[in-house]
Write a protein that binds this ligand. Structure first.
Ligand code: AMP
Length: 172
């Protein structure tokens, strides 16, 4: 299936100048959703890791499905105040706005290998914040992975420390 063609482009959402990539048409199509997860799984197949760590909300959709499909554990990263146990936290800049993310401090054991995964790579700020939380508790980031990479934004250059994996690259 043409997954690229199924991603709906919404101009000027959530604010002027942002070309929003809406993945809900992929999610609602069983074949397309499966293909998206299978593509990510095949790109990560050669890596040795235990956990997938993803930020809410769209990261959960792909991260949890991928973790199930690959037989890995899943760790949620949430906005401040949402997780019930003691957390590590970090603040970062979005393509649009500022955000604080938290992760349970016992979510990852020191030395445990993880993949940090989100739906879209724009500036790389969100996944850097997720990777930072992993590193705060002693985890090892084996890769940062995305369903969609926005190739017209220099996100990859901001992630030089990491092995960057993406399934679909968009040029506009
Ligand atoms: P960034 O931190 O700049 O890499 O932005 C990535 C995060 O923001 C991901 O969680 C995306 O869901 C969301 N995001 C940023 N830009 C877009 C976009 N143009 N279309 C869809 N989601 C986006």
């Amino acid at each position: 299936m043409d997954l690229k063609g199924m991603i709906r482009i919404i101009p000027d959402f959530p604010k002027p100048g942002i070309s929003f990539k809406d993945i809900t048409p992929v999610l609602k199509d069983p074949c397309a959703f499966k293909q998206a997860i299978d593509m990510l799984a095949s790109r990560l197949a050669g890596l040795d890791f235990d956990l997938i760590v993803s930020p809410e909300a769209r990261g959960f959709t792909f991260g949890a499905a991928l973790a199930y499909s690959m037989g890995k554990g899943f760790v949620p990263v949430r906005k401040a105040g949402k997780l019930p146990f003691e957390c590590v936290r970090g603040t970062y800049k979005l393509e649009y706005g500022v955000n604080t993310l938290e992760m349970h401090k016992d979510a990852i054991r020191p030395g445990q290998k993880v993949v940090a995964l989100d739906d879209v790579l724009a500036t790389g700020g969100t996944i850097s914040a997720v990777a930072n939380l992993v590193e705060q508790v002693g985890g090892k980031v084996e890769a940062v992975a995305f369903l969609i990479e926005l190739a017209y934004i220099p996100g990859r250059q901001n992630l030089k420390r990491y092995n960057v994996v993406s399934a679909i690259s968009l040029d506009s």
